[in-house]
Ligand binder design. Sequence first.
Ligand SMILES: Cc1cc2nc3c(=O)[nH]c(=O)nc-3n(C[C@H](O)[C@H](O)[C@H](O)COP(=O)(O)OP(=O)(O)OC[C@H]3O[C@@H](n4cnc5c(N)ncnc54)[C@H](O)[C@@H]3O)c2cc1C
Length: 364
Amino acid sequence: MSRSPYDIVIVGGGIMGCASALRLADHGLRVALVERAALGQGASGVNAGTLSLQIKRVDLMQYALRGHRLWTRFGDRVGFVQSGGLTLAFTQQEAELLYTRMKLKREAGAPIAFVSKAELEKIEPGITGDVVAASWCGEDGYSNSSLTGDFYRQCLMESGVDVFEQQQVTRIEHDSGFEITAGQNRYRGRQLLLACGAWLKSAALMLDVDLPINARVNTVSVTERMPDLMTTVIGHATGLLTMKQKPNGTVLIGGGWQGVGSPDAGRGSVVAPNLLHNLRLAQHVLPALGGARILRSWTGYEANVPDFFPLAGKLPGYQDAYVLGCVRGGYTIGPYLGQLMGDYVAGVEPELPLFDPARNFQQN
Ligand SMILES: Cc1cc2nc3c(=O)[nH]c(=O)nc-3n(C[C@H](O)[C@H](O)[C@H](O)COP(=O)(O)OP(=O)(O)OC[C@H]3O[C@@H](n4cnc5c(N)ncnc54)[C@H](O)[C@@H]3O)c2cc1C
């Protein structure tokens, strides 16, 4: 089957690929999106769903603020809840870290305030009395990441994007355009966008480009349904905890604790001792969690490059091939970054700068 020529073929149906496809279709391009599994089955569908300005890095705050606005608009279709969020410190050292980081984030535009112990108790009465300092952001919240694929599938259909699921791309050839092979099928595009998440490295290698991408194996856990325990998104000053109670009563616990695995070898595995630290911290914050059973813990792959900034721009060495991925907090920022990428490829000046994949990577 040859479906050609598309103005652009996008490989990868996570949040980055889907959001870019929508914007490109808005600009009038004929777009094909080719996904190995179903849309949103990678990191975009298994993440913790936290939409927190407090855990975004300062340099990406303008992107995160705009990403947040988009999630507010997506609303019920993605299970968006603007719950507000707290970040807690339990020692003097953590409190100093919290003050330094949150002040910078506030200066970068995030509406973050420090709250007293009395205010904290009003917001979350179930929290331990050990808290030394706390910050609050009313814009923080969460969505249901398992709805990502269905949400975008609907939007893409309405926008006229041709979506091809269960199509693993195994070969990409470059001549006057790009010929993309997935099983028996071939897709031809004048341009190409690689948005393959943690599989971006192997995808770029199909065009002989070796990008310095690493994968982290993040873990998330969910408890059984509990009575009302908390109403906000709660994080820890070190970033090693995020948790929220979903409308159905389950509590989702994350914080970037590591499992093991590699993207090309299949699913990752949970590392129980690491998980235990994560769950102990959660229980320390909210003692009533001690009575909860963990129903399931799982992992997902998150990609990054040595300077921990995104890859968003031309694939090095190619005029008509692009790459988008490796975004920290990419679930929050993805919908907006996809729009910027769509503008760039369509020849429209993006509102904020992109992140050249051909830059000199230096540890940050
Ligand atoms: C466990 C976990 C928790 C996280 N928690 C949060 C959070 O709370 N808040 C937040 O903001 N961010 C969070 N993140 C980060 C966020 O989920 C990611 O940054 C974002 O989803 C990445 O989107 P993506 O589209 O680049 O990648 P993905 O969603 O992984 O999409 C890549 C897609 O490409 C497809 N693909 C790959 N290779 C091929 C191929 N050869 N052919 C066809 N298709 C291919 C894959 O199947 C996949 O669907 C978390 C990440 C993880 C893993």
